[in-house]
Design a protein around this ligand. Structure first.
Ligand SMILES: C[S@@+](CC[C@H](N)C(=O)[O-])C[C@H]1O[C@@H](n2cnc3c(N)ncnc32)[C@H](O)[C@@H]1O
Length: 282
């Protein structure tokens, strides 16, 4: 472990990783007698360790095992293949050291790549395989187009962090939606796949100084999560799990909504049930 391991938040980071780890454990155990190859793809891999930044209530910092290390340590029925995608060259170096120590002769591929690019072009690699994908970006990196691709592969049970707090900051409360800057509009369209986020704005009873109708966005985050979930539901049907987990910081603000969808129709009863149960228990 190095002292410059990635720094992320406290309690919510543990919650997210515990949910993922429990899923990986249950999933591999449930499918251990199946003949197909099981693959784990960590699309925002990090470097295997997390140096949690202190929460408001405590000054202490601690090192946590990150998603990659947890996936490598699954040992009842280990994954046949692991693909670790990471853009940052320093984290790639640290991943290489980690994999040397923990791969245990398993097939582990480290890809220095952009996650959206990799995931948009890995259909051939996934043919005949089943697996789990973890989408754990810092912020708004996951594009809707990538999710459409993933849905089409019908191979990957996917855990996805929707960046509630970042999106909320991009949507000012009292502005006309057409006053939002071009680069923010581009980013919102990339995440939602279209302009559906504009529905969040309605005409307000108060006029502007120039006598024009004012616009406002409902406070809170419910609307922006609701629209995203509606889109996932229409993309995935029953493969999309209605239940999600709000990951909150120590001030009780939601940072991410942690969501899940099943790789294909056949997996709904088993994978959906496991994910549902884990979200109830943790
Ligand atoms: C939140 S961290 C992931 C933490 C990791 N899942 C863990 O539990 O240890 C996000 C990671 O994604 C990487 N990253 C950011 N943008 C990326 C992109 N477009 N493609 C691939 N990796 C990216 C960052 O360098 C960072 O290591």
């Amino acid at each position: 472990m190095t002292t410059d391991s990635s720094q992320f938040g406290g309690k919510w980071t543990k919650e997210k990783l515990k949910i993922l780890e429990n899923y990986l454990d249950s999933y591999t155990t449930a499918l251990k007698n199946q003949s197909f190859d099981l693959v784990y793809i960590d699309a925002f891999a990090g470097d295997g360790f997390i140096n949690t930044v202190s929460d408001a209530e405590s000054d202490t910092k601690e090192f946590l095992e990150g998603s990659v290390l947890r996936a490598l340590k699954i040992n009842d029925k280990p994954f046949d293949q692991l693909v670790l995608i990471e853009k940052n060259p320093h984290r790639i170096e640290r991943l290489e050291t980690l994999v040397e120590e923990y791969s245990n002769h398993r097939d582990v591929k480290i890809e220095q790549a952009d996650a959206n690019d990799y995931l948009s072009t890995c259909g051939k690699f996934l043919r005949g395989k089943r697996g789990v994908l973890f989408l754990d970006p810092f912020s708004t990196e996951v594009s809707w187009q990538t999710l459409e691709k993933i849905a089409g592969y019908e191979s990957l049970d996917t855990w996805l962090l929707f960046p509630v707090s970042a999106i909320s900051r991009m949507l000012p409360r009292e502005k006309r939606p057409d006053e939002i800057s071009e680069n923010l509009v581009e980013c919102l369209n990339k995440v939602y796949g279209d302009e559906s986020w504009r529905e969040l704005y309605t005409e307000s009873p108060q006029q502007t100084l120039f006598g024009e109708p004012g616009y406002e966005r409902n406070p809170g985050i419910d609307g922006l999560v609701r629209i995203y979930k509606e889109k996932l539901r229409s993309l995935l049907g029953r493969r999309f799990l209605e239940k999600h987990r709000d990951l909150k910081n120590s001030k009780n603000s939601t940072l991410f909504a942690f969501m899940f969808f099943v790789g294909n129709q056949k997996g709904i009863s088993l994978a959906g049930k496991i994910a549902n149960h884990i979200l109830d228990e943790i």
